[in-house]
Design a protein around this ligand. Structure first.
Ligand SMILES: Cc1cc2nc3c(=O)[nH]c(=O)nc-3n(C[C@H](O)[C@H](O)[C@H](O)COP(=O)(O)OP(=O)(O)OC[C@H]3O[C@@H](n4cnc5c(N)ncnc54)[C@H](O)[C@@H]3O)c2cc1C
Length: 294
């Protein structure tokens, strides 16, 4: 039986783990991957590091949590159920019990939910240019989306790919200088349209559009936004606000013994490392008070 299980090992989860372990709570952190921060190539706004790569920063946070005494286990949590006053978390085929939970599961990439998307994920379909972009050197790639992150993805792919097509329903939006680079580039083009299917054999080779046309795509980067990972919260009937977990200023949810921290909460629209870490610290402190009956 753990005192506390934290779901997520991003800045919110790791900070909560450091605080909880230093309070001598028996703490387990379950995490699926290194979270959004690992997509950040360079971070310039986290105090103490003038400039640091996202993966390097989260590795340091994880190491600090382990050093403080928390246990970290890479396993995606599938379910959380109440058992009396405690909770049972199922993850990676095992069950873990704790007296309190902190949900720090951040945001996840929105899916297009079209035919071929799931089938070709990892076979040419990706949600992370920083991670997979270099694999597409000299290939014809398509970025789906019109947001600032879609434009940033296209600019990054411009460094490696043979051609980059931004496929979007509307005009891409980004800062003026990025749009200017796209305008001037002879590698990047913008195509107005909506995908209906991603096709291929062993690997992606085309995208079918809703108007019936097909375009060549040896790589497909889906950049249609992020949404909170609230599947576990929904199982526990935790209240949401605009699809984020509703947490008070002590990071309490409406369910006793369950706290939430980081990008998954409604607490601030500034979804950054520093704010996630701050919420993680407060959540651990509130969980400690709850467990000690303070
Ligand atoms: C490209 C990019 C660049 C960025 N640049 C900056 C920057 O320069 N400065 C800045 O301050 N912020 C930046 N951010 C934002 C920053 O990364 C986030 O604000 C921060 O990572 C949020 O922390 P978090 O702990 O809430 O969530 P995350 O870091 O996303 O961590 C979520 C954790 O939950 C885990 N998880 C989710 N579901 C489950 C489950 N069912 N079971 C187990 N584990 C689960 C994940 O595996 C992960 O470990 C950037 C983000 C991106 C995408």
């Amino acid at each position: 039986m753990y005192d506390l299980i934290i779901i997520g090992a991003g800045p919110a989860g790791c900070t909560a783990a450091i605080y909880a372990a230093r309070y001598h709570l028996k703490t387990l952190v379950l995490y699926a991957d290194m979270g959004q921060i690992s997509y950040a190539h360079e971070i310039w706004n986290y105090p103490g590091y003038e400039q640091i790569n996202g993966t390097e920063l989260v590795r340091k946070m994880m190491a600090q949590a382990v050093k403080a005494g928390a246990e970290l286990k890479q396993a995606e949590a599938d379910s959380i159920k109440k058992k009396g006053k405690a909770f049972v978390v199922k993850a990676g085929g095992n069950e873990f019990e704790s007296r309190a939970i902190i949900l720090a599961s951040g945001l996840k990439h929105k899916k297009l939910n079209i035919k071929g998307e799931k089938e070709f994920t990892g076979k040419g379909v990706s949600y992370c240019v920083t991670c997979d972009g270099p694999l597409f050197a000299e290939k014809d790639v398509v970025v789906i989306g019109a947001s600032n992150s879609a434009v940033m993805a296209a600019l990054m792919l411009n460094e490696y790919a043979k051609s980059v097509t931004i496929l979007s329903r509307s005009q891409p939006s980004a800062d003026a200088s990025s749009l200017e680079i796209i305008k001037k580039s002879n590698k990047i083009k913008v195509l107005n349209g909506e995908p209906s299917e991603i096709k291929g054999d062993k690997f992606v080779n085309t995208i079918k559009l809703k108007n019936g046309k097909e375009i060549k795509a040896e790589g497909v980067f889906i950049e249609v936004g992020l949404e909170p990972s609230t599947e576990l919260a929904n199982q526990l009937k935790i209240k949401l606000e605009k699809s984020y977990i509703k947490a008070d200023n002590e990071q309490k949810t409406n369910v006793k013994g369950i706290f939430a921290a980081g990008n998954i909460t409604n607490r601030t629209s500034l979804k950054q490392i520093i704010t996630a870490a701050g919420e993680g610290a407060i959540a651990a402190n509130t969980a400690y008070n709850y467990l000690k009956g303070i």
